[in-house]
Design a protein around this ligand. Structure first.
Ligand code: HEC
Ligand code: HEC
Length: 266
């Protein structure tokens, strides 16, 4: 039989045990609940087996998309031109954690989509290409690479710096004429006076080698958010938010491929 004293002791030890569990749980999770950093595991730790080969192919596909997925790519862009550092850079749409973030609701599609479907979306729009076969070795490789990058991200957690850190709306309406001036002075040296870039080293920003009108980068706010943080590549962070909006508005007015009507549902 439990005496009153014993009961109290049991109660107290239960509280201590619970506290211990809570402390253990806290030290296991990130400092900010629900957010973990987008650090990438070391590529040298990928084993030399079948899965390892697939992960490595996935990384190559991200680094040199027009070479490793030529038939499915309709332009000169690689995933890593936008998903910087092979998809491992926070605030440049990193891939870490995505394996646990999908399936997810997709605003554009108006339904829940898988990670494979989200990848197709970038092939069809950002790569101005066509969907990869869902069960082919390339899609398997991209999913394996993203899963490997997601290895240390607990299920249900989103990484810090997912997507491109959104920029608050500009103080004044974006001014394409001011953007043209900036483009000529700052961007043209690398991306070319006609926006064609120097692929594969420097990606085109408009024209036939660029992303199509359905791509996320074709939104002024998305490009401004990318540019203010990452461009010019030799001096990132040197533009004001207003300048980033202005140059994005200028580039937005330039010609680029149309999204093929048969791929609108992607
Ligand atoms: C021209 C730039 C560009 C290229 C090239 C590009 N993407 Fe994207 N990608 C984007 C943008 C913009 C988004 C939307 C990010 C956001 O929601 O903030 C995105 C989002 C994604 C997402 C979802 C990210 C998330 O957090 O939900 C995946 C997965 C993805 N891209 C895969 C790829 C793959 C694989 C390739 C190469 C085959 C590729 N992308 C090429 C611009 C690009
Ligand atoms: C020193 C060369 C250099 C300069 C200057 C430069 N860029 Fe880039 N840009 C790059 C490279 C290289 C990439 C590919 C990503 C990477 O490796 O950093 C890139 C990628 C981009 C992308 C994403 C890929 C795409 O095709 O959409 C955009 C947008 C962009 N730059 C816009 C600009 C703008 C706007 C300016 C001027 C304010 C600028 N860049 C100046 C080298 C440069």
């Amino acid at each position: 039989m439990l005496t009153a004293k014993n009961k109290m002791r049991t109660g107290a030890s239960l509280v201590i045990a619970l506290l211990g569990l809570m402390i253990a749980a806290c030290s296991l999770s990130s400092p900010t609940p629900g957010r973990v950093s987008a650090h990438a595991p070391n590529i040298d730790t990928v084993p030399y087996d079948k899965l390892g080969a697939s992960i490595r192919l996935g990384r190559k596909l991200v680094q040199a998309t027009p070479i490793y997925a030529r038939r499915y790519t309709g332009n000169e862009l690689s995933c890593a031109d936008c998903h910087l550092k092979d998809g491992t850079q926070a605030n440049a749409a990193p891939f870490a954690g995505l394996s646990g973030d999908f399936p997810a609701w997709n605003q554009r599609a108006g339904r829940v989509i898988t990670l494979a479907e989200r990848i197709e979306e970038c092939f069809v729009r950002s790569e101005n290409g066509r969907p990869l076969p869902a069960d082919g070795r390339r899609m398997t490789a991209l999913l394996a690479y993203m899963q490997w990058l997601s290895r240390d991200v607990p299920a249900g957690k989103t990484v810090q710096g997912r997507g491109f850190a959104p920029l608050p709306p500009p103080a004044a309406a974006p001014n394409p004429a001011a953007g043209q001036h900036l483009y000529r002075v700052i961007c043209a040296a690398c991306h070319g006076p006609q926006g064609g870039g120097q692929p594969p080293r420097i990606p085109p920003l408009w024209g036939p080698g660029s992303y199509n009108q359905g791509a996320g980068m074709n939104q002024i706010a998305t490009m401004a958010a990318f540019v203010v943080r990452w461009m010019p590549a030799n001096q990132p962070g040197s533009l004001s938010p207003q300048q980033a909006y202005d140059v994005a508005a200028y580039i937005h007015g330039k010609p680029r491929p149309k999204l093929a009507p048969q791929y609108r549902s992607y």
